[in-house]
Design a protein around this ligand. Structure first.
Ligand code: CO
Length: 182
């Protein structure tokens, strides 16, 4: 039987702390947890399983959301219906980002934020991320559009930043003329 992860709520102060670099080799527990996160994020995006296990759809999770202040992020990206690409990045770093900025038209969500937060989160349209895989091999990914947003959102978690910190309270929404909305 699948057991749901215990994800911290936004009120938990641990979400506001900076996570620490991870040393290799990874512990067995961390490896197991990474697989658990992949499973849960995948199930959450398949309506049948999401209902069965009572999961809110999410495409990314960072270790600090589990109360573990380690620089590990996991993204499960649905590339076409029922087909998912997994990204596990340990000690990720954004090494370059586009000048072009975009925002998700309907705003962002977070598995630690159990309420609707309205507003556009301005982010780079494309980012290149480096990091390490579970075995400690260096990896790199050029991400664009929704995948780029996900990387920026998850890496923010490692710095104790939540998506709504980036919503401008004076101007929470952009028009299509001001920003490309995806
Ligand atoms: Co989040």
């Amino acid at each position: 039987m699948f057991k749901k992860l215990d994800i911290l709520d936004e009120k938990d102060k641990r979400l506001r702390l900076k996570s620490k670099k991870v040393e290799f080799p990874l512990t067995q527990e961390d490896k197991k947890l990474i697989q658990h996160i992949i499973d849960e994020l995948t199930y959450s995006q398949i309506p049948e399983y999401a209902e069965k296990y009572d999961l809110r759809p999410g495409m990314g999770l960072a270790f600090p959301q589990l109360g573990l202040l380690k620089r590990i992020i996991v993204i499960v990206h649905e590339v076409e219906e029922g087909l998912f690409d997994n990204y596990v990045f340990i000690n990720p770093e954004i090494i370059s980002s586009s000048e072009e900025m975009i925002a998700a038209e309907s705003g962002e969500g977070c598995l630690s934020v159990n309420r609707e937060v309205e507003g556009h989160v301005k982010r780079h349209a494309r980012v290149t991320v480096t990091g390490y895989d579970e075995k400690g091999n260096q990896i790199q990914c050029r991400a664009r559009e929704d995948l780029a947003l996900a990387f920026q959102h998850e890496i923010d978690h490692l710095e104790g930043i939540l998506f709504y910190d980036r919503i401008d309270p004076k101007k929470p929404f952009y028009t299509e003329q001001e920003m490309r909305l995806i």
